[in-house]
Ligand binder design. Structure first.
Ligand code: CCH
Length: 287
């Protein structure tokens, strides 16, 4: 019969492909959520698990999956991500040998691929840590702020301007929820399809401040159904960022390639791998 790995160090690429296939099957079956897919919120879970990284102290990052615990699970930025963690619980139950830290990042990679995005090569090697490794609040970006804040936060992780812009292009996916962040609405008309639409709309639409009781956000003049966050608007106000927004708006292939590279880097920040980058797995997407 088939061998079940005893732990992460016995698991092969074929074992991790089975985990991928299970996540893909759940994404295909559980469509009664938001715009029809848990994919976007899985992309955000992997990002918030990883984006706590601090290069100076080598703390935070995906290694540890400390968002399982309070206080990190209760940090304002993580509101709503319990839904993503719970979505993955049946996968963890079926493949108990995988660590949560590997599972959450694998799910981020799987979601990008299953939503029509680029290949996101991935490798295992993360360990779960206990509550003592929780990061302090305030490491993830605040959408109400400006270009200086974006740079402060992403330089701390080790990214440059081009990488910051590429990463935020993930806002092609999903939406903001009033009861989570206070913001409201999707960034484009196909929030379950990975594309460069976030950049195209940012450049081509006219964005006005929305008149409402909620936090400052922007809405498209054409349909008044889309939204941009203040930090999203900062990407076209700042010259260093804008050149990349314009490039990605015109060149979907460049965006796919550069997003893949930088999302892989994000998911690996601070992880003490035994393996080499060339040992990464490329998972086969579902049909
Ligand atoms: Fe984001 N993001 N994000 N974001 N994000 C939100 C939703 C998503 C910021 C703020 C917000 C990245 C960078 C930033 C996703 C992926 C990425 C929301 C709404 C806010 C606010 C949350 C809610 O209400 O549910 C800010 C600020 C920054 C940087 O300056 C990066 C980087 C990534 C991934 C690579 C995805 C996907 C969503 C949609 C989630 C969903 O539930 O649909």
């Amino acid at each position: 019969g088939e061998k079940t790995p005893k732990g992460p160090f016995e698991a092969t690429q074929a074992d991790y492909q089975k985990v991928y296939d299970e996540i893909a099957a759940r994404l295909a079956n559980e469509t009664d959520y938001d715009d029809g897919s848990y994919g976007p919120v899985l992309v955000r879970l992997a990002w918030h698990a990883s984006g706590t990284y601090d290069k100076e102290t080598n703390t935070g990052g995906s290694n540890g999956s400390t968002m399982r615990f309070a206080p990190e699970s209760d940090h304002g930025a993580n509101a709503g991500l319990k839904l993503a963690r719970d979505f993955l619980e049946p996968v963890k139950a079926k493949f108990p040998w995988i660590t949560y830290s590997d599972l959450w990042t694998l799910a981020g990679s799987a979601a990008i691929q299953e939503l029509g995005g680029p290949q996101v090569p991935w490798r295992p090697g993360r360990e779960d840590k206990d509550v003592a490794a929780c990061t302090p609040d305030g490491r993830l970006p605040d959408a109400a702020k400006d270009h200086r804040h974006i740079r402060d936060v992403f330089i701390r992780m080790g990214f440059d301007d081009r990488e910051m812009v590429a990463l935020i292009g993930a806002h092609a996916l999903g939406r903001a929820h009033k009861d989570r962040s206070g913001f409201d609405g999707p960034w484009d008309f196909s929030p379950t399809v990975f594309s460069n639409e976030f950049f195209r709309l940012l450049v081509e639409e006219k964005w006005n401040q929305r008149k409402w009781e909620g936090p400052t956000q922007f809405t498209d003049k054409g349909t008044s159904t889309l939204m941009m966050l203040p930090t999203d608007m900062a990407l076209i106000k700042d010259k260093g960022f804008k050149q990349h927004v314009e490039r990605y708006a015109k060149d979907n292939d460049a965006f796919f390639k550069e997003f893949s590279d930088v999302y892989v880097k994000l998911l690996e920040l601070g992880v003490p791998f035994q393996s080499k980058p060339e040992d990464r797995f490329v998972f086969k997407p579902s049909e």
